[in-house]
Design a binder for this molecule. Structure first.
Ligand SMILES: C[S@@+](CC[C@H](N)C(=O)[O-])C[C@H]1O[C@@H](n2cnc3c(N)ncnc32)[C@H](O)[C@@H]1O
Length: 298
């Protein structure tokens, strides 16, 4: 599959020099296009109406050695200013950058995702407000807000807060009032999921999902990512809105979990990751997946 040619110049999407100096690289097969590249730059060159499903797991600006001090120069009306800091360099974004970035990637997704397609967006309380507002500002209709209940969430060590044990996943579409987005309703209704005590077979799938955040040995075989999603979660996103033979877009690839699910589901997949270490990890996982038994849908 060749979706587009990578850029020759090592520039950010706004045209400024990229101080991390990514040397563009790519891994391309019949089914996969994985780019070591800035997502904003890559998204801008995707064709309009070319994507059937997008899964966005953006930097949340969440992990912290946190100073919640606000920088006045970055203050956004109504949002109080900046928050951060983080232990992960890729997550080191200010509140201003988080909101601005959300608007930018959502604008691009609105352009590239077909009216018959849809978008899954991961968030925590650090960025969920931004994502919700961005959807409303850009007229991207939220279909559902899913609560991913992480039964095995890590206890709160400081004992100053409740134990955070969920993430929010928005399901949205770009098709306006016609609501042509694909929903594999029967498959979702029929399904049961190992370990999910809330889903009964032949009952409609609800918006609270009981999914452990544990990763299997196989999922960690080639290495791990600090915010790696479990395949049992991403497989479910595909089951609900995936389209065998269609194209899945993952703008922020990380370890490649969503791309692996997409390949398994028989979709063509395209993704961007700007850290070489994670690009390599995702590539190894995809190579392994493609070498396994052929997809059920191929
Ligand atoms: C939340 S993680 C995704 C984790 C992924 N869902 C998984 O299961 O491994 C976000 C990833 O986006 C990457 N990233 C952040 N900003 C980016 C950008 N502008 N372009 C491309 N990748 C970016 C980070 O390096 C990080 O690996």
């Amino acid at each position: 599959m060749t979706f587009f040619e990578p850029p020759n110049e090592n520039l950010r999407s706004d045209g400024s020099a990229n101080d991390e100096e990514i040397t563009p690289s790519k891994y391309v097969t019949d089914q996969v296009e994985l780019h070591l590249e800035d997502a904003f730059q890559g998204l801008s060159r995707l064709e309009t109406n070319s994507i059937d499903l997008a899964i966005v797991d953006p930097p949340y600006g969440a992990s912290s050695t946190a100073s919640w001090a606000y920088e006045s120069k970055e203050r956004l009306a109504g949002f109080g200013g900046d928050w951060k800091l983080t232990q992960e360099s890729w997550d080191l974004i200010t509140q201003h950058e988080s909101f601005e970035g959300t608007i930018r990637w959502l604008q691009e997704l609105k352009r590239v995702v077909r009216a018959t397609g849809s978008i899954w967006i991961h968030s925590t309380y650090h960025n969920s407000g931004f994502v919700n507002v961005a959807c409303q500002l850009l007229n991207v209709e939220i279909i559902n807000e899913v609560v991913w209940f992480k039964r095995n969430a890590f206890p709160n060590l400081a004992c100053r807060r409740l134990t955070a044990s969920h993430e929010t996943i928005l399901w949205a579409h770009t098709g306006g009032k016609k609501r042509e987005y694909l929903f594999n309703y029967d498959e979702a209704k029929r399904a049961t999921f190992v370990g999910d005590k809330l889903k009964e077979a032949d009952k409609q799938l609800r918006t609270v999902w009981d999914i452990s955040n544990n990763k299997t040995k196989e999922e960690l075989f080639f290495g791990s990512h600090p915010t790696q999603k479990p395949l049992r979660l991403t497989d479910r996103l595909l089951l609900i809105a995936g389209k065998p033979g269609g194209t899945l877009l993952v703008p922020f690839v990380g370890s490649g979990t969503e791309l692996v699910s997409g390949v398994r589901y028989g979709m063509n997949v395209v993704g961007f990751e700007n850290k070489e270490e994670f690009f390599d990890l995702a590539k190894r996982r995809l190579e392994n997946e493609l070498a396994r038994a052929p997809s059920l849908f191929n």
